[in-house]
Design a protein around this ligand. Structure first.
Ligand code: SF4
Length: 375
């Protein structure tokens, strides 16, 4: 499908819907047809727009089959801005001497959970840099305590690469889900975005370990990161099709001014939406967040993500001070509907596009003890 036509693109969508995985070349050609990068050969603009409408409509239908019009909420708690790694794109990388470092105490974390529970959240996402202070022992104790105090809630961890034994201990302590974006499925591209000590093979090993330990596992990637082309994105989609994670977070690359990648342009919102929709067709029952990065890049990004097939939003439950200093990228939204206090505003915005916020735990269908009636 190197020479793209509108009809060939529709056939490509049919294939995806039938559960077939097209070749990398076909996928890359479709991505170029829908949302070309500067200078890439593509369809006329009108046809591109029509194709995106068709793609998003099919993605919404696919999401609706499993989730109806429900959007699941997760309360995000940013527990630490200390990190011993140095991903080139990240504002809290170890190498950034200007980053303000903070770490929530266990009591502060429980206070966030208590507030979130009162607001209706039934999933808490504990996210942080790779901070050695959060040893297995400490983190297990925190997870156990949360599960004891709020037994009807799920705990998601997002604290980076750890040994398999650590993932197992945390799982046994009660953690249900784990987010670890793969960031790019092209090993050479991965090597350009990370220092030599961080290997693509380690990232993949962690993701496979998480699956083996029984987590609902989340992968995901940035769209528009430096040196990424359509073929890289095609590899991301093929990787997801093979790994079959239960969750996938996809957001545009947004440069952070204190990082080595500060001078690169932000990723395209349109391309990000196309990748969310394609992921929905490849993983029809996955939990796909409409990410904060998307909401940061576009005033209506949150809604656009949902209309492209996403079914999860993650408002921020962290204390205001922590929100301010968890600067993964520039201008990261931390107020308004991004803030958990504003859940009512978020409900109104979702209702305006025909969706309703669900306060269920929102497990992946394969992990629900009993399928709900809308499945
Ligand atoms: S992306 Fe994660 S692991 Fe990498 S530097 Fe940032 S917080 Fe650390």
């Amino acid at each position: 499908m190197d020479h793209v036509s509108f009809t060939a693109c529709l056939r490509f969508l049919d294939l995806l819907e039938q559960g077939r995985v097209p070749s990398l070349h076909e996928t890359a050609a479709f991505i170029r047809a829908c949302a070309p990068d500067c200078g890439e050969r593509s369809l006329p603009e009108k046809e591109q727009a029509l194709l995106r409408m068709e793609l998003f409509a099919r993605a919404r239908v696919a999401a609706g089959r499993t989730f109806g019009r429900r959007i699941y909420v997760r309360g995000l708690i940013e527990i630490s801005s200390f990190c011993m790694r140095s991903c080139l794109y990240c504002g809290i990388r170890a190498g950034n001497a200007q980053a303000v470092r903070f770490r929530l105490s266990p009591e502060e974390i429980y206070a966030c959970c208590a507030k979130g529970y009162g607001l209706g959240f039934r999933t808490f996402v504990l996210q942080g840099g790779e901070d050695p202070w959060f040893s297995d022992e400490r983190l297990c104790a925190i997870v156990r305590r949360i599960r004891e105090r709020w037994p009807d809630c799920a705990v998601t961890l997002s604290v980076g690469e750890r040994p398999r034994s650590s993932y197992m201990r945390l799982r046994e302590a009660g953690a249900d889900r784990y987010l670890l974006r793969h960031e790019t499925a092209d090993p050479e591209h991965y090597a350009r975005l990370h220092p030599p000590a961080q290997a693509w093979s380690d990232r993949v090993r962690c993701l496979r370990d998480l699956k083996a330990c029984g987590y609902q596992t989340g992968a995901g990637f940035m769209v528009g990161s430096p040196w990424q082309d359509s073929m890289c994105l095609a590899k991301d989609l093929a990787f997801l099709a093979e790994l079959r994670p239960e969750m996938a977070g996809i957001g545009p690359f947004i440069p952070q001014s204190q990082t080595p990648l500060a001078g690169f342009p932000a990723g395209s919102v349109t391309r990000t939406l196309v990748m969310i929709a394609l992921t929905r067709l490849v993983l029809p029952t996955a939990m796909l967040p409409s990410t904060t990065a998307l909401a940061t890049a576009s005033a209506v990004g949150r809604e656009q993500g949902i209309l492209a097939g996403a079914n999860v939003v993650m408002p921020n439950l962290s204390p205001a001070e922590a929100r301010r200093h968890y600067t993964l990228y520039d201008n990261k939204l931390a107020e308004g509907p991004e803030c958990a206090d504003q859940l009512e505003a978020l409900k109104r915005r979702m209702a305006a596009i025909g969706y309703e916020i669900s306060t269920e735990r929102g497990d992946h269908p394969a992990f629900r003890p009993q399928r709900s009636s809308h499945v």
